[in-house]
Write a protein that binds this ligand. Sequence first.
Ligand SMILES: [Zn+2]
Length: 333
Amino acid sequence: MKAIIYERAGGLDVIKQVDIERPILKDGETLIKSAFTSVNHVDLLGRMDLPWHKFPRIPGSDLSGVVEESKSGAFKPGDKVVAYPIKHCGLCYECRRGAPNSCDSRMLYGDHLDGFFSEYVVLQDRNIIKIPDALPLEWAGALPVAYGTVWHALIRRVKLMPSEKLLIIGGSGGAGVAALQIGKLVGAEVITTTSVQWKARRLEELGTKQVIDTANEESLSAIKGTMDVVLDNVGGKGLKTSITALKKGGRLATMGMTAGSTTEIDLRDIYSNNIRVEGIYGETQADITELTLAVARKAFKPLIDSVFPLERVAEAQSKMEERKHLGKIVLRF
Ligand SMILES: [Zn+2]
């Protein structure tokens, strides 16, 4: 079967297509024929030389597909499914309480272990979620990582309410657009950020109340102390602005570090304003289930920037690296 690997750490040139053996199905497992996946930032970071990255490795953390064969009893051939991308023990307190994204032995498919950029994938029941027939597989393949994490952040963790003001830092990537759409679905007033003109226009069309240019200090200081919730995808020294944009009692969801993982913050901005900080890593099966039901019922439609055949994954990743996209870049098997 066809698969994509990262041969070693490095740039786009380490991405190779290979022909490997189809995985052998064992008791309790299910074989999925892959339909769609998508590109995420974790795939770009996945090419870095980090201690937990083994090479060669199959990348990819999103997957939609159809059950080919099952030895679990829970699924039957023809079922439409998505993968839950976090491998977890299923037995610890966090797993038992429905928070496997906080499992001590969690591993992300595609990052800590082989992922989903292959024609067939074998998974255990707890990593498979059946989706409604009405949900197109192309949309489903764009949902778990970006939309799932944002659903976890806004719905489950910060509990965004109708009429609240939500500021999205890093508004034009997959997760940023997901936050705009889920924020709108809740009924929040959404303000988003980008420094690119054509993206600002598109974000306005998608229903953002205001688009702020992050390079413009004046417009950033104008919203100081006014936001109920800030979702920060970017991190770095801009995190200070995210915190000071919150009004007293506001909530910050921090879920990315594309601008850097360390910064200096003034603790008074947090404690004296009763700010709640939520660190967000991944999502739960319940988040993905709720999300797929909402999209199947046409509550909103994931914004898909472009669809590439899997063979052109390097081109798709290059588009993301150069920030030429708005929304999700999907890959078709
Ligand atoms: Zn666990």
